[in-house]
Design a protein around this ligand. Structure first.
Ligand code: PLP
Length: 476
């Protein structure tokens, strides 16, 4: 592509993005397509001859946009909202242009060194200890996989890296403990690492959906008696369903006493610790062996940036380092080669977008925005509390509120579940807002996640009025 053409279409696309960001709110959050609609609009075979760039760009509006769910929309409240902010988007452009691959320090020194520096900044912002060393991965699922792989490697006597686990009489059944509310990515990691799903023991939660530590202790004792070897506990700060916070300080005591690896999944909730008065949510996490937080969830960095911190990088390295001849360099003794600490060899320049976002907003700017989201979530929870036809179903710690409609006189749980499922269906069917759901104590629960950088009180008032109106319509 000649630079004249690149400039022309580059400017056109930047204008398109600016226009999109300015006016996204005028679009429905959800697309009006059925499965297969987008695929059918695309040719089934590849273009034999070159096509004009103008035509390719025109197809964005014609074919792609009708099938987009607008995550970057202030009324997107499903899952955990995720914002791609301006500085993050610009950094993505630059990262694609540089197209560097930070496999080893030498393959692009700035990738390794910016990542080190930026993750050290983030560590300070989160109040984590200096000995925590971090690296960027694509998702929390991958970060957790690496944390648990390190936990496996920490059982040095089993020599699993060299000998595997299959067919070895000397390898006992191994056990990892999670709460009933841990994210499914932990189970996937356990499957991938070859422990088998049965290696997981789910510990019950209390009435605030936090892991019961007495049950954890009892489970460990019972397993040891049976000859099962416990090796890891995963605690969550900000569970996916309802953002509950496991009692990490007590879990850390248990892990220390039982010599177990402690992995903390703070993929969503961890970001809130950059607010000075919220730092307590990470109490005890300074004692974790590994810890994950996702700036792409609630720090305005475009997908994908997940950060894995560990106080034991040498164990992670022992688990993964494997250096083929062509990747040996003269600097190997003086630098960290990031390929040594995980599965991927290739490494995008993801630190760039985190660096742009941290500098553009500043620590205070980010903290102010997250604080506002928490204020909005508490305000919304207050509206629910004050409306007799609705009820809160979980404590509000961050920017997420779990609730359901509960009209007076309607007390059958099955009827309430059906009503709420129907209500959510109608709300999302409007395409004007996007909420998600979970089940808490068997109750169908509607979840509103507030975390978009442009979400304001007016958006929430709109949504709240809409929800009340639709409930009335359903009951009419
Ligand atoms: N952990 C928690 C607590 C989550 O809420 C999620 C996703 O929402 C994940 C892990 C998985 O995140 P990712 O999509 O980055 O793998």
């Amino acid at each position: 592509m000649p630079s004249s053409e690149f400039r022309k279409f580059g400017h056109q696309l930047v204008d398109w993005v600016a226009e999109y960001l300015d006016h996204v709110e005028e679009r429905p959050v959800l697309p009006a397509v059925q499965p297969g609609d987008i695929r059918r609009s695309l040719p089934a075979s590849p273009p034999r001859n070159a096509e004009p760039m103008g035509q390719i760009i025109a197809d964005i509006d014609r074919i792609i946009m009708p099938g987009i769910t607008h995550w970057n929309h202030p009324r997107f409240h499903a899952y955990f909202n995720s914002t791609a902010s301006g500085p993050g988007i610009l950094a993505e452009l630059l990262s694609a242009a540089l197209n560097v691959n930070g496999m080893v320090w030498e393959s692009s020194p700035a990738v390794t060194e910016l990542e080190e520096v930026v993750l050290n900044w983030l560590r300070q912002m989160l109040g984590l200890p200096q000995e925590f060393w971090g690296m960027i991965l694509d998702t929390a699922s991958t970060s957790t996989l690496h944390g648990i792989a390190a936990a496996r490697e920490a059982m040095e006597d089993l020599n699993i890296r060299e000998e595997g686990m299959a067919g070895r009489r000397e390898v006992p059944n191994l056990r990892i403990y999670i709460s009933e509310f841990a994210h499914s990515s932990v189970e996937k990691a356990v499957i991938t690492l070859g422990f088998g799903v049965n290696a997981i023991r789910k510990i019950p939660v209390d009435d605030r959906f936090c892991m019961r530590t007495a049950d954890l202790e009892a489970a460990i004792a019972e397993d040891r008696k049976k000859g099962i070897r416990p090796f890891c506990v995963v605690a969550t700060v900000g569970t996916t369903s309802c953002t509950s916070i496991d009692p990490v300080p007590v879990i850390a005591d248990i892990c220390e006493c039982e010599n177990l690896w402690l992995h903390v999944d703070a993929a969503y909730g961890g970001s809130a610790a950059i607010i000075p008065e919220m730092r307590h949510i990470l109490d005890g996490c300074n004692r974790a062996d590994s810890f994950v937080v996702n700036p792409h969830k609630w720090m305005f960095v475009p997908v994908d940036v997940s950060v894995l911190y560990t106080r034991k990088p040498d164990i992670l390295r022992r688990a993964f380092s494997l250096v083929p001849e062509y990747l040996r360099t003269s600097h190997d003794n003086a630098v960290r080669n990031l390929m040594d600490y995980g599965v991927p060899l290739g490494r995008r320049f993801r630190a760039l977008k985190l660096w742009f976002v941290l500098r553009y907003f500043g620590w205070n700017g980010l903290a102010d925005r997250l604080r506002e989201h928490i204020r909005l979530a508490k305000l919304f929870a207050g509206w629910i509390d004050a409306q007799p036809s609705f009820e809160l179903l979980a404590p509000v710690h961050f920017g997420t509120v779990c609730f359901r409609a509960h009209p007076s006189g309607m007390n059958d749980e099955q009827t309430l579940n059906t009503l709420n499922e129907h209500l959510l269906h109608v709300l999302n069917g409007s395409r004007e807002i996007f909420l998600s759901h979970t089940k808490l104590n068997g109750r169908y629960t509607i979840r509103i996640a507030i975390g978009h950088i442009k979400t304001q009180e007016t958006h929430l008032r709109y949504t709240w009025e809409f929800i009340q109106r639709e409930l009335k319509n359903l009951q009419a």
